[in-house]
Write a protein that binds this ligand. Structure first.
Ligand SMILES: [Zn+2]
Length: 327
């Protein structure tokens, strides 16, 4: 038995060499002889052969896939360069026409910026291998700003910020979450991406109000800021509830629903008080037999929102508490 085990050990040591046809004739014969007699070692040899084949196949297929991906990238890159070349045509033509007409380079610059916008959406994703969406978004925004800038310059100037800040705010609300999700932040900030997004959007909102109201005067600016403050306060409370309150999602949904209904019902009255110093409580004008005046119509709707919102949030919070206790 011991002798057999010894031989098994020797053969198993030799198996990889035997598989690669790298052992001496004598060892080869020893292994072959042993494999015919010993099912255990035969099994080991079969496993070795299978694994080796699998590894080889895996490496081969990885290689094939990598080559294929490289080929596709090369093809996409070439397509990108071709499109970039095509986009240069209108730029060159308008340059020549502008020079010939002697009417300045305004149209040429606008066309150049427009072609850059097209390039941002077509060429950039084709020639870049990673972070395509972010590059696409950032280049498009840059090109759009250039268009604004040149169009504004052609029309006498002075309106660039008025057009670009609100546009950037709108684009940022949609695209900033994508961008921040795909970039790597320092460790201190890496778990604060949602908070950064909220701060960013709030700042842009105020910047937009500032830019839009700037021309209309201080009174407009004050009104805009107050309305934005009251509405954003609600948005921030919902955000903080969802992001930082350590309760289950049912309770969070309940609290958010409740906050939403409260803000819908009272924000108008609060804004009126802050702006016009007029005390009013719209909901106190409730009268379900009168839907014809604005104030009672609003009050009736508010009461319905209050009841529905209250019921839904109570249900959600109730379910949440039951689930929490079951744990
Ligand atoms: Zn054996």
């Amino acid at each position: 038995m011991n002798n057999n085990q010894n031989q098994c050990d020797i053969v198993q040591d030799l198996l990889p060499l035997y598989y690669d046809h790298a052992c001496s004739l004598a060892s080869c014969q020893l292994v072959e002889q042993h494999l015919t007699d010993c099912p255990k070692c035969r099994n080991t040899y079969e496993q070795l052969a299978n694994n080796t084949i699998n590894t080889v196949i895996k490496q081969e297929s990885k290689g094939v896939l990598a080559r294929h991906a490289q080929k596709e990238r090369n093809a996409a890159f070439k397509a990108g360069v071709v499109i970039a070349g095509i986009l240069l045509l209108p730029i060159i033509i308008t340059f020549i026409v502008s020079m010939a007409n002697g009417g300045g380079l305004g149209v040429f610059l606008v066309v150049t910026a427009s072609m850059m916008l097209v390039a941002a959406l077509t060429v950039i994703p084709l020639i870049s291998s990673q972070k395509r969406i972010i590059k696409c978004i950032l280049c498009s925004i840059a090109a759009l700003l250039l268009i604004f800038f040149f169009v504004d310059a052609m029309n006498g100037g002075g309106e660039f910020l008025y057009w670009s800040i609100p546009t950037l705010f709108g684009l940022s609300v949609v695209f900033f979450p994508f961008i921040i999700r795909n970039i790597t932040l320092p460790p201190v900030l890496s778990d604060k991406k949602a908070l950064i997004t909220m701060i960013w959007d709030t700042l842009w909102l105020y910047l937009t109000i500032f830019i839009v109201c700037y021309r209309s005067g201080m009174a407009e600016m004050k009104t805009g800021s107050i309305v934005a403050f009251v509405l954003m306060l609600g948005v921030w409370l919902i955000f903080l509830t969802i992001r930082y309150l350590s309760v289950n999602s049912f309770i969070k949904a309940g609290i958010s629903t409740f906050l939403c209904s409260i803000w819908m019902i009272f924000s108008n009255d609060i804004c009126t008080f802050l702006i016009e110093h007029k005390r009013q409580l719209t909901i106190s004008h409730v009268n379900f037999s009168n839907w014809s005046t604005d104030i009672s119509f609003n009050a009736n709707v508010y009461v319905i929102i209050l009841i529905a919102g209250g019921l839904i949030s109570a249900c959600l919070i109730g379910i949440g508490i039951i689930k929490m206790k079951k744990r």
